[in-house]
Design a protein around this ligand. Structure first.
Ligand code: NDP
Ligand code: 8X3
Length: 253
């Protein structure tokens, strides 16, 4: 059975991707910080799909936790074929002048540094398996929108790292791809609005947003191409979102 490690599986895109890969016969290393959710998810995946699941209960911002996880990973989990760098967040929606330093640090530490810590630990493994890295970027890594400043900056960095990894790892036979979504209704906006579910709901009003499964489908498309094909990057948008920060509401789209 192939093995995939997906970061941030306790919700949203990561959760849908875990289900999609489980259905395709992957054994999974699942990750998140919420122990109860991770444990319940592991049980559900085992019961429903009959796969093997290993829990990676840690905060990707914690470099020591990431390196000791890999240092103590049981032998039978060593041959990981796929890494999906998905864990990430937006925090706040404000101009730079009024920006919150804690929001900035959480986004930079998770979306950039966390992705780097996990990738650094995984690269020696993926060199052995000639594996595949899928980085979850965003339309916010291709364009910017007012008040999205630091989040957009972190996702531009993911875009740059995706290109850098592809250049550095091609000779080792590692494929590197990015999947860059527009607005997907997950816990994303609840996190961005600091837990205000009412405000978060407004983000998705008056148009048909993407759902997490749309992105899991794109990730599976990228992963299931023949060996000779590397999908460098893919952008997946709601029909009603023609550009970052532009949503056409109340048009029946
Ligand atoms: P969710 O908030 O629904 O899921 C985020 C997941 O990441 C959760 O499982 C969360 O688990 C995990 N996570 C967050 N921080 C950490 C951390 N420090 N360490 C480990 N796990 C962490 O959001 P989405 O599914 O929407 O987001 C997934 C990715 O997709 C992110 O990178 C996001 O930027 C990107 N994206 C999302 C879009 C959207 O509109 N939703 C659009 C474009 C890109 P836990 O809380 O248990 O740690
Ligand atoms: C999130 C997508 O459009 O809210 O990465 O910036 S968007």
């Amino acid at each position: 059975m192939p093995i995939a490690l997906i970061t941030g599986t306790t919700s949203g895109i990561g959760e849908a991707t875990a289900h999609t890969l489980a259905a395709e016969g992957y054994d999974l290393i699942v990750n998140g910080r919420r122990a109860d959710k991770l444990k319940a998810q592991a049980k559900e995946l085992v019961d429903r799909f009959g796969i093997k699941v290993h829990q990676m209960l840690l905060d990707v911002r914690d470099a020591d936790a990431v390196s000791s996880f890999f240092a103590t990973l049981p032998e039978k989990w060593h041959a990981i074929d796929v890494l999906v760098n998905n864990a990430g967040l937006a925090a706040g929606l404000q101009d730079i002048e009024n920006g919150d330093l804690d929001h900035w640090n959480r986004m930079i530490d998770t979306n950039i540094k966390g992705l780097l810590y996990v990738s650094k630990a995984m690269i020696p493994i993926l060199k052995k398996t000639k594996g595949h890295i899928v980085n979850i970027g965003s339309i916010a890594g291709k364009e910017v929108y007012p008040n999205g400043n630091v989040y957009c900056g972190t996702k531009h960095m993911v875009d740059a790292l995706n290109k850098a990894m592809r250049r550095e790892l091609a000779e080792a036979g590692i494929k590197v791809s990015s999947v860059n979504p527009g607005a997907v209704e997950t816990e994303f906006s609840i996190v961005r609005m600091d837990g205000d579910e009412h405000k978060a709901k407004h983000v998705y009003e008056g148009f048909e947003n993407l759902i997490a499964q749309d992105i899991a489908d794109a990730i599976w498309f990228v992963l299931s191409r023949p060996r000779r094909v590397n999908v460098n990057e893919i952008i997946v948008m709601p029909t009603a979102q023609p550009a970052a920060g532009v949503v056409l509401r109340n048009l029946g789209l």
